[in-house]
Design a protein around this ligand. Sequence first.
Ligand code: SAM
Length: 264
Amino acid sequence: MALNFAPERALLADMNHHIINLYAGIQSGAIYGSKVRDFLAIEGKRLAQAGAAYYYEVRDRFNEQGSSLDFLFLNRSCFNGVMRFNRHGKFNVPFGHKPERYAPSYITKIVNQVNWARKQMAGKKWEFRVASWQDVLAEVRADDFVYLDPPYIGRHTDYVNGWDDKEASSLARVTKALPSGFALSMWLENRHRKNEHINEHWSGLEVRVCSHFYHVGSSETLRNEIDEALIIKPGFATRDNGKQKTRQMAASKIQQSLPLFLPS
Ligand SMILES: C[S@@+](CC[C@H](N)C(=O)[O-])C[C@H]1O[C@@H](n2cnc3c(N)ncnc32)[C@H](O)[C@@H]1O
């Protein structure tokens, strides 16, 4: 969201220090396209030669040293792109069974993403911070805009720390009391079931829906077409242009033609 919207000032926070380190590394210039290309070309060749054994060697190295380049390598060659850590904070996702993963075209795609991220944040006042949502939301002022991308409740997500119903409902309560505008991404429904958490905790707000295929997931049932909801504080959504399915959850919806991600 931040990279696409590219605001002049932003605080980007996550509890996962590996994610923050990677983006902060791109920002500082420690991680850049040609460095990523050289690294993935060498490591990709080793993976092609030794397969799973080399993947696990890199995983052990990453769990000892925490290098952002190893993080990238693992993220793109692990099982289904899953990001999961054990309770000691060690990355524990198995190999994705693709020794030939790092073909030149795939490396180029990753390099382009790194270069694009660098370009989007260049010259901007962005701070990347390892922090909990509780700490960050406590700092929010009325003229901020908050975008939240929390773990998807009920989809067996397991990031650096656990995420449960209690934490998800607490996030909803605190967010709805914020003095600023906000938007939050959450899965709404798939062909198997609806996300009851949304009805229970986010009703009365503006919801924009778009469907897409979910490629990342630990099991087949998690990799299917899903309706994603962008839940928006009333008064902060653009006018519905009919391109997305809109569901009015509020009895009295405030329709204003404000751009979606401008501060109030
Ligand atoms: C759906 S992912 C968002 C990923 C992120 N938007 C990105 O592009 O990399 C949810 C994120 O919530 C983070 N998270 C989990 N518990 C948290 C907490 N208590 N406070 C802050 N972030 C948390 C996870 O580490 C994970 O990266």
